[in-house]
Design a protein around this ligand. Structure first.
Ligand SMILES: [Zn+2]
Length: 196
């Protein structure tokens, strides 16, 4: 079940669910993300992000071994750096892509759409390919080729939109409303993250 925290309306978790509440607010999963009981004493590094699946609202269905990026000491700065570029597509967006595509597969959709000017698009495209789903990624027409190539290499369809980043968002929302089904939009699981 999805729930709107603004007006408390609920929606079934299925392919016909809207991408946002009728009142316009984002939807959340209607269940606690905090497991019962004591925290685990240790985590299984081999499972990466999914070591924390008790905190995630979706089952692992799509994975490329994401998560558990290394921490390295930087004593001159009195800190540690977490090397997020070690993710499969080179950015932390893989956490959200893994959970979003896992949820999309559980819903039974056959393609996903997303608007992104870079890393998120590459992550969604790559994880969609892993899941065997089609993907359309809407990007600003002036996006850098270096940002577009990973999306194209993953086999996604790139839709170039004139007018800047906001125009991309407006366009995808308009087309998404017209084309349902079968499309999954960025869902609450895209926001699901963990420290792994
Ligand atoms: Zn609402």
């Amino acid at each position: 079940m999805y729930r709107c925290r603004a007006c408390d309306r609920t929606y079934e978790e299925d392919v016909d669910a809207p991408w946002r509440c009728g009142c316009g607010h984002p939807l959340d999963f209607d269940r606690s993300l905090l497991p019962d009981g004591d925290p685990p004493e240790s985590a299984d590094r081999d499972r990466g992000l999914w070591s924390f699946d008790e905190f995630l609202p979706v089952d692992r269905r799509v994975t490329l071994g994401e998560g558990w990026t290394p921490l390295v000491d930087a004593p001159e700065w009195n800190c540690e750096f977490k090397l997020e570029y070690c993710f499969p597509t080179g950015s932390f967006k893989d956490r959200g892509a893994a959970t979003t595509l896992s949820h999309a597969v559980s819903l039974g959709v056959d393609r996903v759409v997303e608007d992104s000017s870079g890393n998120a698009g590459a992550a969604i495209a790559t994880y969609a390919a892993r899941a065997g789903l089609g993907a359309e990624i809407y990007v600003p027409a002036d996006a850098k080729p270096a940002k577009i190539r990973p999306i194209e290499r993953a086999g996604a369809t790139v839709r170039r939109i004139e007018g800047g980043r906001q125009a991309v968002t407006v366009t995808i929302r308009r087309r998404q409303v017209r084309s349902r089904p079968p499309v999954a939009c960025p869902h609450p699981s895209l926001l699901a993250t963990s420290p792994a």
